[in-house]
Ligand binder design. Structure first.
Ligand code: NAP
Length: 252
């Protein structure tokens, strides 16, 4: 797949984990980058690091808290002048707790980010790019967006939304003859800051909590495989941690 000049990929949640590694992977393919998250200094560090190996790329940093819907609209508006061939809604977080014990303020922020911001940004992108050659919208769901995980019910429910919304959008695009491809990435356990954020702790030992997990770099490689395929879903099989590409999985 050759990348035409002056095409951008926008990645939300690029300051850490899967989003950060995805930024490096798309830079390697020759894409200019738009990197969005709240921690601007981490995005600037990443920009500097990528420019050392890819000095000809244009890399834009956008400091934004996407849990506020106005900020999601503003981010999209600010980017109207760029040709964004790939939009990746990756910003998101989880929570490990029973429903009875979960912190409702944190749940509200999670729902605003995982569901609302993703829906706003997906919709605005689809409006502008549904008939643009090569346009792709990739939403980061989870294995927990296809199966329930104990102690993470509300998080899983947000990711079921991401999977269903994105699969439905992919079918809508195909059925109406649009060019945009909508895709879902469904990682299983991946060693990032996710565990710390989900448990509100400063330490989280993936070796202690999971028999198997992927690195963020491995997950970014899977994301590139999904991007380069014509499939809709890229999902980690929890039986053996293999990566599987397929069509939509929900009944339609
Ligand atoms: P991570 O290392 O914690 O990265 C999360 C990213 O989201 C960070 O860049 C963070 O940046 C950004 N973010 C969080 N809140 C935000 C907000 N209010 N506004 C804007 N950006 C925000 O975790 P990760 O594992 O890479 O997570 C990436 C995606 O993968 C998430 O959607 C997650 O649900 C999904 N996922 C992860 C796993 C896993 O095991 N790691 C498994 C399945 C799915 P700032 O803090 O700088 O804003």
């Amino acid at each position: 797949m050759t990348i035409p000049l002056n095409q951008y990929v926008c990645i939300t949640g690029a300051s850490s984990g899967i989003g950060l590694e995805a930024a490096k992977a798309f830079a390697h393919l020759g894409f200019h980058l738009i990197l969005a998250a709240r921690r601007e200094e981490l995005l600037e560090d990443l920009k500097r690091e990528i420019l050392q190996t890819h000095p000809n790329l244009d890399i834009m940093v956008k400091k934004v808290d996407l849990s506020a819907s106005d900020n999601a609209y503003q981010l999209y508006e600010d980017l109207k002048d760029y040709h964004i061939s790939v939009w990746i809604n990756n910003a998101g977080f989880g929570n490990y707790d029973s429903v009875a014990k979960q912190n409702l303020e944190k749940m509200s922020t999670m729902i605003h980010l995982n569901i609302e911001a993703l829906t706003i940004l997906s919709t605005l992108y689809v409006r502008d790019y549904q008939d643009v050659d090569g346009a792709q919208l990739i939403n980061i769901s989870s294995r927990g967006g296809y199966m329930l995980v104990s102690n993470a019910v509300t998080y899983c429910a947000t990711k079921f939304y991401v999977s269903a919304f994105t699969e439905g959008l992919a079918l809508e695009m195909q059925n109406n003859g649009h060019k945009l491809q909508a895709k879902v990435l469904a990682p299983a356990a991946t060693k990032t800051a996710f565990g710390k954020v989900a448990t509100d702790s400063t330490q989280y030992d993936y070796d202690q909590h999971f028999k198997q997990y992927h690195t963020a770099q491995e997950m970014a490689d899977f994301l590139i495989r999904l991007y380069q395929s014509s499939d809709v879903v890229g999902l980690v099989d929890v039986a053996d941690f293999s990566f599987q590409l397929s069509g939509p999985l929900f009944p339609y």
